[in-house]
Design a binder for this molecule. Sequence first.
Ligand code: NAD
Length: 503
Amino acid sequence: MSDSLSADTRVLVVGAGIMGAGIAQVAALAGHRVALFDLRDGAAAAARDKLAQTLDGLAVKGKLAPDAVQAAMARITAIGALDEARDCGLVVEAIVENLDAKRALFQQLEALLGEGAILATNTSSISVTAIANGLQRPERLVGMHFFNPVPLMKLVEVVSGLRTDAAVADAIFALSKAWGKVPVHAKSTPGFIVNRIARPYYAETLALLQEQAAPPEVLDACLRAAGFRMGPCELMDLIGHDTNFAVTNSVYAANFYDKRYVPSGVQREMVDGGLLGRKSGRGFYAYPAGAPALPAAASAALAADAQVVVHGVGGVADAFAAALSQPFTRAADSDWTGLEVNDAQLRLTDGATAGDLAAATGVRDLAVFDRLPGTAWQGSLAVAVADAASDAWRAQAPAWLALLGVQPQAVADTPGLVVARTLAMLVNEAADAVHQGVCSPEGADAAMKLGVNYPAGPFEWLSGWDAAGVLGILAALDDTYRGERYRASPWLLRRAQRDLIAS
Ligand code: NAD
């Protein structure tokens, strides 16, 4: 049986909601005849009408040719009964997110469609293996997970369940490409790729908020400086805390309550209180005002006669060296990176807190600052000063850090601060996904960049860092918080061993 799908294949889209309408649009513009069905009377026809308006609007803006719009609309039929779709070679299901409803629909469809038809589900959280259970031909069912809004988001996770035929997954992979998408293979596991690897982006910020490490606007600003389009707090406000909390809960439950994925009491309180984000007018921020202004940047004058030593090598050390206007020496073989100013130290975080380092070294005036991926030194950068530090160093440390061109943001003295902690956990989660065969490193990178607009993929961050550095942050977090949450992925441990032997 051939699994090739061509532009001649008629596509049945079931469920004419937000996702179904988008999928119908993409399929029709790619040249397919499309049958659109919805259980609610009139919903498919209404979705088709709305689509016609959307496409006409795109034609007016010059984004689509008017005759392409006309041809695409002529290919879409709103059908009143599934019987009218017997000639379809592919069904993409986008109905309610409910296992029983999806199973019942596919059982009905496989009896109706030809044996060669491919059955695709757009489920975002249900096991593809479970949906296939009870089908005559479970090998014909595959996940085809689009992202919202479908016409704009490039990523499609092609999700294989235990029984999915590899040729069926490959056919959907090829079809997604033909539809102008970037497909990535994934194994059916909780959250697939994107919804799984993204959990720490929210979770680490919620954990920092729980211990009052910094206000939401500071955490958001620090992560924006690391290249994220939106900080976690503003993003959760946009997604809606109810939706975000539900996804976290479902990944947590589906992983047998693994503490790695534990939801946050901070977010549950907001959901319970109806602080759902933009849609309810209030989340972390009040809308339409949004985030309040950031605290004013430090402006202490630098001691001109200070003895300055630049420690370490690489981007940060070089950036300090380039920015210093007073004489300094370099300690390139130091085991830390940053600045020594008289008896005080300003160190790039390796996971240890400023307090840990002060206690271990006897240096009273100690501060740590956060990591920024890449070499663009701009935007907010977290800095934490040891409890025992003098008031003078508390004022001076941010001023020395500002030499890099960043706006220092004082945060509590927590392991890995904001960005290093978040990136380490994202890398760790991606490493575990690869370790468990959910996706390849390239697939994880593509998925996170295209599915949630990350500025780089986790394995790209890792290549600009190193496994030992990521493990150092995780170990410091684990030492402080204990429990399963910060356990290192075996994939990362092996990578660090390999790096050690290679060096
Ligand atoms: P939606 O509520 O906008 O649309 C669902 C449509 O399916 C409704 O029109 C409903 O009448 C119809 N429907 C329900 N049961 C049906 C049945 N048995 N037969 C035919 N039609 C039926 O929902 P949506 O946001 O488009 O989500 C649809 C699916 O896509 C869900 O599985 C969801 O998890 C998944 N998904 C959603 C998003 C998103 O951001 N909204 C992203 C990726 C995947």
